[in-house]
Structure formats: C-alpha cells, structure tokens
Design a protein around this ligand. Structure first.
Ligand code: PLP
Length: 419
C-alpha cells in the first residue's frame, strides 16, 4: 500500500475503515480536554463502555440476592466462567473445552508448569525466547528449583545473532535440533513483549512434537492481536492475561489452553482445588478429587465475577468485530505507523520485523540519545506510548480503537523533533 503523511490521507483511510465505529465502544482517555492517541493497548487495553453495565449488574444482583446470586443472578455466578470459554477458544483456535478463564497469568504459568514441566536428569532443560518478560523467567527458574534442578543450567535463552534483536525460525529450529535430547520443555511467547516479534508457533510446536518435547506458549501479547490455531498445531498448553489486547482491566482474569489429549492423562499431575472438581458432586463437600475432564479441571477457586463481567463486555466486542477483519486492519494501520516513523526523518530504527507474518500491531522503536525526550514529547502532545529502558519506545496501534488519524498525529510529533 502507498501511504501518505497527510491528514487528508489519514482521514480518508478512516472513512473507508469498516471497523471505524468500534472506537465508539471504548472510553478514550483525554488530555487537556482532547482524546489522546492511545498506543498502549499492548500494556493496558482501554475500557469498553459496556463494562460498567456488566459490573453494575453483578453489584445489583449481589445487593438484591445475596448468596442466592450463585444460582439466581441474571448470569449465575456459579457458572459465570463458562460463557467466556467459547469466545476465548475462538481467539486462540481451540475447542471450547480446552479453554478456561481463571486466575492471572503468572499464577496460571506456575499451575501449568506444575503439570507440564516434567524434567528428568537427562532431559530437564527449558528453551525459552530471547529476552522473555521477567515474570516468565522467574516462574521458569523457580519451577526448575522446585523440581530439584539447577535453574542456571536448566534455562536456555534463544539468543539472537550479535547486534540483532529478533530470531529467525530457522535458528530456533536448529537450536531445538541441537538440544532435543536435553529439552523437557519449550516455553515461548507467542509475541515477544519487547521486540513485538511474533514467533512461528506452528513450526515451533511441530519441532517439539517431532522430538517428544512438551511445548507451551505465553500469549500475553498474542491473544487478541494475532490469529492462532493452538489445537491444530498440537500445542500442549498456553496461558495469557486479559488486560492487554483483550481490554479487560488491570489484574483481570487470565486464561489457559490445555490440549484435550491431556484431560485424562494419568501421568499429568496438577494443583487441585474444589472448582476443578466434578460439578455434580462439588457441593457434597466430600474428600476424593474427581476432576472435571476438561481444562476446567485445572480451576482452583470459585470465579472472580467482577473481573469476568468486564472480560465478557470486552470479548463480546471481539466476537462482533472478528479476528479476520481485525487482522486486516491491524496490518494496514501498523504499516502506516511504520511509514510515518521511517518518514519522519529521525533516523529511528524499528526492531520489530517488517514482515507482517512476524509481527502483530506493536512496533518497537530503537531510539538514539534523544529517545526519552521523544517519548516525553509524544506524551505532552497527547500521544501515549511506553518507554522501555534503556532506549525503546513501544507503540501499538490497536485495530479496535485506534484510527489512522492517531497514527498521523504520532508522525507529526516525531517530525517536530527533526527541528
Ligand atoms: C504482561 C505480561 C505478564 C504479566 O503477568 P501478570 O501475572 O498478569 O502480572 C507476564 N508475562 C508476559 C509475557 C507478559 O507480557
């Protein structure tokens, strides 16, 4: 596509955008009375306007029904999580039974590593992505320790070539080949939080399968951003949070994917809790854990309904818009951001791959010495991005609520820095 750095051009793309009305479904923060251009949906997604009605409904049911709300609320709390499974399954490409909303991301990572990281003295290593989110690294290290292994040798980080930030699929596959007899687990992000690189999850999963290695993905930056087919790719498990692209609020309920082949596998142990117990007999309050034979069998506690209410409001919007249309807009909008950054004459380098199959909507911009000043200048002008020490600005034009005009504004601020 041929882009132009003009307001008319940006507005004409907005006029033709079939998803343009979805922006009105969100509260857009304001600065000095004007809507900001919000590029931090990869960090905290915006609030769907429908969220407050959903949460208020639960407050009302609680006020009016007390304990009876478990079964008599408009949406009974007892089974509240069940309605989230189908839309989540669509987003990750899974069967409804393979997906459940529960807990938060790092907690879920620990729960699933308990089940799926099964090291032996010969085969105990974990191959992980380059520069993983620290919480993932901490979880992996501590799981190695819990299982009696030296975390220093257990974790293998997939380093890029010197001077590079991203890693080719070929390099990852060669690494797997090299370490295949020592790897108990391959645990990658779907999309790296820092570089915005989208890994070839299908190829990684296939290599894992071929070598009898368990494979899991952290989809914090993948879900709601890129299309996936976890079931068909034969991934073992995945975890995610809901407050980034899924717009379901800070600390909101996360989710997991567990491949159905593991539901009744007696070799797989888990952390057990009453919410994972057979629904028919749960309230008999007897001993003897009888797991629900789906991903729901990994649940521990009764569900956080307020957080699920906000989640439901957000997932409804995804269902309406559809990932197909969102991805189409994502590529155009991100392409436009790439154009305005490179066109602004700042000599900025984008470390996110330019290949649209290897990225979602985030672009990570490597800045020079004036990087922090550029970031702060963007903020002053009402263009919200985030700063990653020491020199990266991350910007995510989100197809649900960002406009081409937002991207144009980004470029105009950058241009001011050309002096
Ligand atoms: C955002 C993010 C987290 C945060 O974890 P929480 O448990 O939700 O606080 C962890 N890992 C990755 C890859 C992330 O992007």
């Amino acid at each position: 596509m041929n882009y132009e750095a003009s307001l008319d051009f940006a507005r004409s793309l907005d006029d033709q955008d079939p998803l343009r009305n979805f922006r009105n479904r969100f509260h857009i923060p304001k600065k000095d009375g004007n809507e900001v251009a919000y590029f931090c949906g990869n960090s905290l997604g915006l609030q769907p306007k429908e969220a407050s009605a959903r949460i208020n409904q639960e407050l009302k049911d609680w006020a009016e029904l007390g304990v009876d709300g478990h079964f008599d609320a408009k949406t009974p709390w007892y089974s509240y999580h069940e309605m989230l499974s189908a839309p989540l399954a669509t987003l990750v490409g899974a069967k409804t039974t393979e997906v459940v909303a529960m807990n938060t991301l790092t907690v879920n990572l620990h729960l699933l590593l308990t089940s799926f990281y099964n090291p032996t003295p010969d085969k105990y290593k974990i191959l992980t992505e380059f520069n993983p989110f620290p919480s993932d690294w901490f979880a992996l290290e501590s799981q190695a320790k819990i299982k009696g292994y030296d975390s220093k040798t257990a974790l293998v980080e997939m380093m890029p070539e010197d001077g590079e930030y991203t890693v080719s699929t070929d390099a990852i596959l060669s690494k797997i080949e090299e370490l295949k007899d020592e790897l108990a687990l391959i645990m990658f992000g779907g999309v790296n939080y820092y570089t915005g690189q989208c890994y070839d999850m299908q190829a990684i999963a296939a290599a894992a399968r071929a070598n009898n290695i368990t494979v899991g993905f952290d989809l914090a930056h993948g879900i709601g951003n890129v299309k996936m087919n976890l079931h068909d790719w034969d991934v073992d498990f995945a975890v995610w949070c809901s407050y980034k692209y899924l717009n379901s609020f800070s600390g909101g309920v996360g989710g997991v994917f567990i491949n159905e082949k593991h539901f009744e596998n007696p070799q797989i142990v888990r952390m057990e809790g009453w919410w994972g117990h057979n629904k028919e007999s749960r309230f008999k309050m007897e001993k003897g854990f009888d797991p629900i034979p789906t991903s729901e069998g990994w649940q521990l506690s009764n569900a956080p309904v307020f957080s699920m209410a906000a989640h439901k409001a957000a997932l409804d919007i995804f269902e309406e818009a559809g990932m197909e249309a969102l991805c189409e807009k994502r590529d155009k909008l991100t392409g436009y951001l790439e154009f305005v950054i490179l066109n602004a004459g700042q000599g900025l380098e984008i470390i996110t791959p330019s290949d649209i199959d290897q990225r979602g909507c985030q672009l990570s911009i490597l800045t020079g010495e004036n990087g922090k000043a550029i970031h702060d200048g963007l903020g002053k002008a009402g263009v919200v991005t985030d700063w990653r020490h020491p020199n990266v600005i991350r910007a995510a034009p989100v197809p649900l609520y960002n406009s081409y005009e937002d991207v144009y504004r980004f470029g105009e601020v950058l241009r001011e820095f050309s002096g």
